[in-house]
Design a protein around this ligand. Sequence first.
Ligand code: SF4
Length: 448
Amino acid sequence: MALTGIDIFKLLPKTNCQECGVPTCLAFAMKLAAGQAELSSCPHLSDDAKAALGEASAPPIRLVTMGSGDDAFKAGGELVMFRHDKTFFNPCGYALLIDDTSGASEIDGKLKQVNESHFVRVEQDLKADMVAVKCSSGKPETFVEIIEKVKAATSLPLILMSDNPEVIHAGMAVNGEAPLIYGANKDNYEKMADLAKTHKTALAVISDNGIDGLNDLVPKIEALGVKDLVLDPGYRNPKETLQSLVYMRRGALVKKIKAFGYPTIAFPVEETSDEMMETLLAGLYTCKYGSIIVVGNLKPQYALPLYVLRQNIYTDPQRPMQVKQGIYPIGTPNENSPVLVTTNFSLTYFIVTGEVEGSRVPAWMLIQDVEGLSVMTAWAAGKFVPEKIAPFIKGSGIEEKVKHRKLVIPGYLSQMSGELDDELEGWKVEVGPREAADLPAFLKAWSA
Ligand code: SF4
């Protein structure tokens, strides 16, 4: 049975030495219980504590890291079946497939997609995570040539794809950045496991018989000493792939089947040749329960919806999405442009700034941190009230950017305009429209 944070804490040295990278032993115990820390991070555990904590504290789905540095990609480490039970911790990764038999212009085009399909939304970078290089040529020298080309264009982690250990061996010689080896099947697993151990890298396990095949093959590879695995049930049709992904997640978390306690990989690129269908399947496996999703295109029109879906699935449902407190210029505002204030709930921010942009009236948006609450909720909670708004405006730096002193507040807060007038010395408070959709007309009249 899983131990609680308090159970774990009782077995720790309680010296708060911080060598595990966490401020206290109690905080470390809580992280360990949540599957967000490794037992080996504490160097001061007694042998008895190690024995007691070892199995019990292992996360039900192993966290596997591929690549290194800022571009390292982490997969797995999940603790719940459903996002609303707690949260999902490690967003799935999208890998773009490059075949070593493709022509130079096609490969260049794909590398361009990897580097250009990059967006910023709610202050998060939305981008590709890996590049999968597949050896269809059967020639190690061709495979190596394409790996070198990919490495020159991107520092993202790679998936090296071949069922021939000699080809993978050649690829590893030029890669060296902890790629995912794809992969081990029932015929080659001993040699592939050897490569993974030698290069200290993750290994994909490919079944020829769905989850039954994995249940058979994974323990054999574990017995060879490879710890970082990624599971492919081997199907190439959406129905069986989805069933397998759901079963493996449930098997690991609910039924505690150790062989399924690893991240997964899915291949929409090999299930359809239609780009739109591929994106839909990638979305399906984003929701349930792909850890790495290999696609054949990441053109911006397909990549952005996937990235946004992933962002929504992998945000903590108990914490509203927020934007940072600060001054946001919309358009190119100047010292005469209107100044509006609202809260840092991301939905509020997007709706209001969208309407301000649409008005084509350059403006200054002041976004106040109210822990991600909407305007009325923050007001009711006492977080977006005159005595809090006034010091925020005064300290924001907006007085150096405009020469007027007029502040537009949301129409729903008209009842506090007089009080805010009193609190905000030197400023005149104006009440904006109740609905964001009415902002364009309001701003045009304001600046006329
Ligand atoms: S390294 Fe061990 S003893 Fe030190 S703070 Fe972390 S858990 Fe406690």
